[in-house]
Design a protein around this ligand. Structure first.
Ligand SMILES: Cc1ncc(COP(=O)(O)O)c(C=O)c1O
Length: 408
């Protein structure tokens, strides 16, 4: 039986050689390779600074902390995103307040942001105060989901109007653009991930991109236990005493072993994105020809989608199913049959307001965010990676078509 995974990193001998060189050098913790990798990614995205971390989750946490997010504050988070976006907010002590998304792009619905501001907050001085809890609205953490930029310019307008802050969750969106502006270039810090599901990987890893030198400096200190001196600096200079720690920080440091992999991967980034875009176009065509029960993802005019994942929606109405719940049950049976046939798929991501911690703590109901709920139940991620051949894509689409035919 053919086995098609949902993704595979695009590695060759160069990553192995690069890791070997770092091991041979004897310096394996955060050091020169990390600094080089930061420069490479910042240069690619056109920002002044890149601050590498252990993951996107810790990158988000660093940016949020440095920008003053804390207890007693509300933060808007899309209801359809990986749980890490909301968890990073919780880690600062602030309260995530979910906003709905658009089914066509899986990205935050700017109208819903405005609706929630209008219905749940009142202006006091220059601040927006939650009418129920008294929390101050700190800002927004929009997500560029699956490699497509959200409507960040409209988000920025709202943020400016109400004096809100913005941290962009660009975990999936390295290389994504609107026009010629890359993530990191929209005036806010943008946090990326190098998890193996992303376009390029360092195993685990993340980075904050920003043009703000002072912010980058503070994040570099916080990621090194709150020290003003990096370990590399300490070891390259004379001295035996530990440095001063003016604040309590974290160990969020990427290793040089990871960065060495990242440097090789970074060289392949444009090729990987180009290949994924071509394969996404093949899926678009095949699905439109063969699977009317699937809705293909939309890319707004002028947006450059990097397709971290290719995610479609099941059209439950076309299948004659009465509601989203039954559509979801059908989607799960379909994906199970594909799995049995050796084809790995995934739900796109999840509706965070329905996950245990958030549902229990804040008492959310599924209908609170209808589009997030629908995407949670109806989204389907298809296999997508550089090594995937067109024949394999046909095999996947034929298998879906045939499975739907036999399930009717
Ligand atoms: C939207 C989003 N945010 C944050 C993360 C967390 O990234 P990491 O695994 O690097 O912490 C992910 C990972 O999948 C993600 O998809």
């Amino acid at each position: 039986m053919k086995k098609i995974p949902v993704t595979i990193p695009y590695f060759d001998d160069r990553e192995k050689e690069a890791v070997g060189e770092v091991l041979a050098s004897g310096w394996v913790a955060q050091g020169p390779k990390v600094a080089q990798f930061e420069k490479m990614i910042a240069l690619h995205e056109g920002t002044k600074e890149g601050v590498a971390t252990t993951s996107c989750t810790t990158a988000l946490h660093l940016a949020m902390k440095v920008m003053g997010m804390a207890e007693g504050m509300d933060v808007f988070v899309p209801a359809f995103t990986f749980i890490a976006t909301a968890n990073a907010v919780v880690e600062t002590g602030a309260t995530p307040v979910f906003v709905d998304i658009k089914r066509e792009t899986f990205n935050v619905d700017v109208d819903d942001v405005q609706r929630i501001i209008d219905s749940c907050y009142e202006e006091k001085g220059s601040r927006l105060i939650n009418k129920k809890t008294g929390n101050v609205l700190w800002g927004i953490v929009p997500v560029h989901e699956f490699g497509l930029c959200c409507e960040i310019n409209s988000i920025n307008e709202i943020a400016e109007r109400y004096g809100l802050k913005v941290v962009e969750d660009a975990a999936c969106a390295l290389g994504a653009k609107i026009g010629e502006t890359h993530i990191g270039g929209f005036g806010n810090p943008a946090c990326i991930s190098f998890h193996p599901r992303k376009s390029i990987t360092t195993g685990e890893g993340g980075m904050v991109l920003t043009d703000d030198g002072e912010m980058a400096k503070q994040m570099r200190e916080l990621r090194t236990h709150g020290s003003t001196v990096s370990a590399e600096q300490r070891h390259s200079e004379k001295g035996f005493l530990l440095p001063e720690f003016p604040q309590a920080g974290y160990n969020y440091r990427m290793t040089d072993i990871q960065a060495a992999v990242g440097l090789v991967q970074g060289d392949k980034l444009d090729y990987i994105i180009e290949q994924k875009q071509k394969k996404a176009a093949v899926y678009d065509r095949l699905i439109r020809e063969q699977i009317p029960e699937f809705i293909t993802p939309e890319t707004p005019e002028g947006y450059f989608h990097t397709y971290q994942s290719y995610v479609c929606m099941l059209d439950y109405e076309k299948l004659g199913l009465p509601d989203i719940a039954q559509g979801g049950a059908y989607r799960n049976r379909l994906l199970e049959k594909l799995e049995d046939a050796g084809i790995a798929t995934r739900q796109g991501t999840h509706a965070v307001h329905l996950l245990g911690y958030y549902k229990t703590k804040y008492g959310y109901q599924q209908e609170d965010y209808r589009n997030a709920y629908a995407c949670d139940h109806l989204s389907v991620t298809l296999p997508l990676y550089v090594q995937l051949t067109e024949d394999e894509q046909k095999y996947v689409v034929d298998a879906i078509q045939e499975t739907i035919r036999t399930m009717k």
